[in-house]
Ligand binder design. Structure first.
Ligand code: NAI
Ligand code: SF4
Length: 428
């Protein structure tokens, strides 16, 4: 059975701190960890770097930002890479629409995240870490800085941590509100003081990261989980979830639900169970990874949240039957047109044309030709874009075009429309 984890209310925004609402009891996983500040770090220092890497491998921990890359492979590759210095970056540039789990972790579980960063530093041989904080989370900055200063005084950060000869310090860098800076190489560019344009990967940051040095970039939730694993061990973690997706996942659930908030579920929970926990009624669609992931229709709610089925960074947006899925698609298209960094043509032009075509339909000037062109252009963007933004910007819209076709066809008022420009011919 899939236990329902604690729910954290969305809370006032900003500038209130969030607190865990004790309305659903659960076992002691992330939202209920019960560890004192520095406890995980002390356990890790006791175990030593090699043992920690072994536990992370045993846990089969995968990155919680969305891609699910193996954390042990990332840490080992980084540790083994040659460099003058190694770095740890906590990616707190949580920008995916509908995702707000990391802000709760930073606000209410910050010590666990810092412990996780220190542990990553110890494992890969780094003495310096950065938290790249989303610009919109500026209101958290003073409190986080204060807590880092307190930890330095308590011997939990800085020189000779806990008297064990390990030095590691953290700097917080505030983003400026660009979605693209959540992409790790754009984030690193921004951290170096340059415009946030994605680099060509490979080489990956584990070998060529911050200032060209070996760098581990991990999501906030991944680092918090690594801290728990340092205390409880890899086998404990591996026993939760599915064989391919171990542990729990924090989900930010929003939209047409009675109880929006942060939920912690073991991987393998079905979409239907999540909807039931959040009090969703009459749901027609769920976007599984914000605007950049698949859009599921009602006949797919039996599918499982797991990297091998419905992969997600944690954003579950729920749309009930009253919502016009055409308008949802149009909203997503405008979001990506706004957030495209403009570096490469398929994404810069594709996202803009996408938004304009949907505007054209909204203005009652659409034709079936426009829908076909949109689908064709999406394939081009998915294959030719320079980074993940362009490659994923059309996934949800494509799903909506197929699964909620009537919402788009209702907008077609000129079936005999003759295009003045043949995109097919121009591309061939
Ligand atoms: P990716 O699959 O290219 O890389 C994932 C991680 O694995 C990166 O840290 C990368 O450096 C590392 N990696 C991959 N291959 C490697 C190798 N051979 N050696 C060493 N390290 C390697 O995915 P990407 O483009 O970094 O992230 C895409 C994900 O981000 C998507 O799942 C998307 O949904 C999610 N996303 C999350 C957002 C959020 O707010 N949490 C916002 C936007 C996207
Ligand atoms: Fe920039 Fe989009 Fe190209 Fe990525 S795909 S480099 S966001 S223009």
């Amino acid at each position: 059975a899939h236990l329902i984890r604690r729910r954290v209310p969305v809370g006032d925004w900003p500038p209130e701190w969030f607190h865990v609402e004790d309305n659903i009891r659960c076992r002691d996983v992330l939202l209920d960890h019960g560890l004192a500040p520095g406890q995980a770090l002390a356990a890790a220092l006791e175990r030593g770097a090699t043992s920690i890497l072994g536990e992370i491998e045993r846990s089969a921990l995968r990155g919680r930002g969305g891609a699910g890359f193996g954390s042990d492979i990332k840490w080992r590759s980084c540790r083994d890479a040659w460099g003058d210095a190694h770095y740890v970056i906590c990616n707190a540039d949580e920008g995916e629409p509908g995702t707000f789990k990391d802000r709760v972790l930073l606000a209410s579980y910050f010590d666990l995240v810092v412990d996780g960063m220190c542990i990553a530093g110890m494992a890969i041989g780094a003495n310096k870490g950065f938290i790249y904080l989303r610009g919109e989370y500026r209101y958290l900055l003073d409190r986080l800085e204060t807590r880092l200063a307190q930890r330095r005084e308590q011997g939990l950060l800085g020189r000779n941590i806990l008297g064990r000869g390990f030095t590691f310090d953290i700097e917080i860098h505030l983003g400026a509100g660009a979605y693209i800076c959540g992409e790790e190489s754009a984030l690193i560019e921004s951290l170096e003081g340059k415009p946030g344009k994605p680099r060509i990967r490979p080489p990956f940051p584990v070998t060529n990261g911050y200032r060209g040095q070996p760098t581990t970039v991990n999501n906030v939730e991944t680092l918090a989980l690594a801290a728990l694993i340092a205390v409880r061990g890899g086998e404990w973690f591996r026993a939760i979830g599915t064989p391919a997706s171990t542990g729990t996942k924090l989900l930010s659930v929003s939209g047409d639900v009675a109880r929006p908030g942060i939920y912690e579920f073991p991987f393998g929970v079905s979409v239907a169970e999540v909807l039931e926990a959040a009090g969703a009624r009459d749901t027609q669609a769920v976007t599984s990874a914000g605007a950049a992931g698949h859009c599921l229709a009602a006949d797919e709610f039996g599918r499982r949240i797991a990297f091998e089925d419905v992969a997600t960074g944690g954003s579950i947006m729920v749309f009930d039957a009253s919502r016009d899925m055409f308008e949802v698609a149009r909203n997503f298209a405008h979001f990506f047109a706004h957030e495209s960094c403009g570096f490469c043509t398929p994404c810069r032009v594709g996202t803009a044309v996408n938004a304009r075509l949907l505007d054209k339909l909204a203005a009652d000037h659409g034709s079936p030709y426009d829908l076909d062109e949109m689908a064709k252009m999406h394939r081009l963007m998915q294959g030719a874009s320079h980074c993940g933004l362009g490659n994923t910007a059309t996934i949800a819209i494509d799903d909506m075009l197929v699964k909620f076709r009537p919402a788009f066809e209702r907008r077609l008022h000129s079936p005999d429309y003759e295009p003045a420009f043949d995109l097919d011919a121009a591309l061939s």
